[in-house]
Design a binder for this molecule. Structure first.
Ligand code: FAD
Length: 458
């Protein structure tokens, strides 16, 4: 459905001719994210340059009851960034400037369209980095990370996005611009709106500026270990954390994941359950913690343990880990990928891994398991031929079984990918009557329901 000419004209007045696209090829590019959901064609793609323009677009959309889906890079995995029907996409891609780096405060003020890896390349010159570390960091934007409360490879030691944002400038549904949070490291002033908006998937407001918290780039020592079974590798995770060491990263890959990475990247990693870990700190600390990591892994039955010999090997190990998703897609063209992103308290992590594999066996499905093991986060993925409805429902049953397990031990259905469209049915199960509080907040902040409707809540 095309936009009424008066609305089109009003949008052009706000963002200029080149800020509004209605060509089919452009609309198609913005009609999907990285989930397997059917694309939804937006009525227009709007690309503002300033916070004031974002606010004006929202005020206009509110007046015309036009759904607005904010978009960074569209790398979401749960349908979070799929446009809402009959709506527009508000792409923040032009608002991609690093406005200020404050090295003495370990902070940077950035626009939402800044890409994670690009920010870190710039910060590296000053010996700093923004930590969470999504595996999609080559495309993921800071606004999208705020939208999903993204985690990643380094969240174990440094926290997720929510732990690393101090202040947000936000455009609300009625077109008001507000600032939430402060640049102080702590504050007990009023309700914590920063934590509320982060992870709200563009359903409560749009971040137009973000003050992120930075860390000094540490010395790093990377190592990997192989185990007989994924469960044994998962148990070693618990043992490592029990020593009191907090690694910079602690990742699990099962043999299926390793096989996919080997095939697509032309590597020859042993096709066995693998832990990939990195120790961060001073040269002395990482030497000592690395040795402790080796001892714990060996006591936990590691078949092999090796440190990366140089920077190139380190880069290759992390590039391999980040390529798991892409490798799976390359190996299974024409498939739908049914994914889960549960997290459990660490003492249940080995059980969760076991549960995932036994559910896959019961459903006669081939499963990939990998994830940010140190913080109890397990990703699973099943590639199912898109036309095979029966296999698809078995894959859904697997995910449901795993989520039920995670919830039964006090975990979550979605650790870092958000609810989007895919995990909506688990919200009530996880939060019970607290969903009514979420609904009340949504109604208060977006009474006409224009902000990414249909995501998170119904
Ligand atoms: C290969 C691969 C690996 C991944 N690895 C990880 C990982 O390790 N950890 C992890 O957490 N995620 C991971 N993801 C998921 C995804 O990449 C992250 O959630 C990422 O941060 C999303 O950023 P984006 O710019 O693509 O946001 P989008 O997908 O464009 O948007 C994300 C959500 O935020 C909303 N939004 C966008 N911009 C704003 C804004 N300015 N204000 C408010 N809301 C906004 C959108 O409407 C949407 O709901 C991975 C995805 C892929 C494809």
């Amino acid at each position: 459905m095309s936009l009424p000419p008066s609305v089109h004209r009003a949008l052009v007045k706000i963002v200029g001719e080149r800020g509004v696209s209605v060509e089919r090829s452009v609309l198609r590019d913005y009609s999907h994210d990285e989930s397997s959901f059917e694309p939804v064609m937006p009525r227009a793609v709007v690309k503002p340059d300033t916070a004031e323009q974002v606010a004006e677009v929202l005020a206009l959309a509110d007046r015309y009851r036009l759904p607005v889906t904010a978009r960074g890079a569209g790398s979401s995995l749960e349908g979070n960034a799929v446009p809402s029907p009959n709506g527009i996409v508000l792409s923040l891609e032009r608002m991609n400037r690093v406005l200020e780096v404050l090295p003495e405060d370990f902070q940077a003020r950035v626009q939402p369209g800044v890409v994670y890896d690009e920010l870190n390349r710039l910060l590296a010159r000053q010996g700093l980095f923004f930590a969470p570390g999504p595996a999609s960091g080559d495309v993921a934007t800071i606004g999208g990370m705020v939208g999903n409360n993204s985690g990643g490879l380094n969240a174990l030691r440094y926290g997720v996005t929510r732990d690393n944002v101090l202040r947000l400038q936000l455009a609300l549904a009625n077109g008001t611009l507000i600032s939430a949070g402060t640049r102080a490291l702590k504050s007990s002033s009023g309700y914590d709106l920063v934590r509320l908006f982060i992870g709200s998937e563009g359903t409560l407001g749009i971040a137009t500026e973000v003050v992120v918290r930075l860390h000094g780039v540490p010395e790093r020592r990377t190592a990997w270990a192989n185990f007989q079974s994924p469960e044994a590798a998962a148990s070693a995770v618990f043992e490592i954390m029990r020593t009191g060491i907090v690694p910079g990263a602690l990742e699990l890959l099962d043999p299926e994941s390793v096989r996919a990475v080997n095939a697509v990247l032309g590597l020859a990693w042993p096709e066995l359950p693998m832990l990939l870990m990195e120790f961060h700190g001073t040269p002395a600390a990482i030497r000592e913690e690395g040795e402790e990591g080796r001892r714990v892994c060996q006591e936990a039955g590691a078949l092999a343990f090796r440190f990366a010999s140089d920077g190139a090997e380190r880069e290759q190990l992390w590039a391999g880990r980040k390529a798991v998703n892409r490798a799976e897609r390359t190996l299974h063209p024409g498939c739908t990928f049914v994914k889960s992103d549960v997290a459990v308290p660490l003492s249940h992590y080995a059980q969760a891994v076991h549960q995932a594999h036994s559910l896959a066996e019961r459903q006669a499905l081939k499963l990939m398991t990998y994830g940010h093991a140190g913080d109890g986060n397990l990703h699973t993925s099943t590639a199912v031929p898109s036309a095979d409805a029966e296999a698809l429902s078995r894959a859904e049953a697997l995910v449901e079984g795993l989520i039920s397990f995670a919830l039964s031990v006090g975990g979550t259905a979605t650790a870092e990918h958000g609810i989007g469209l895919a995990k909506k049915r688990f919200l009530q199960l996880e939060h019970g009557p607290a969903v009514e509080v979420m609904q009340a907040l949504k109604t208060a902040l977006d009474p006409n329901g224009i902000l990414n409707p249909g995501k998170i809540l119904s």
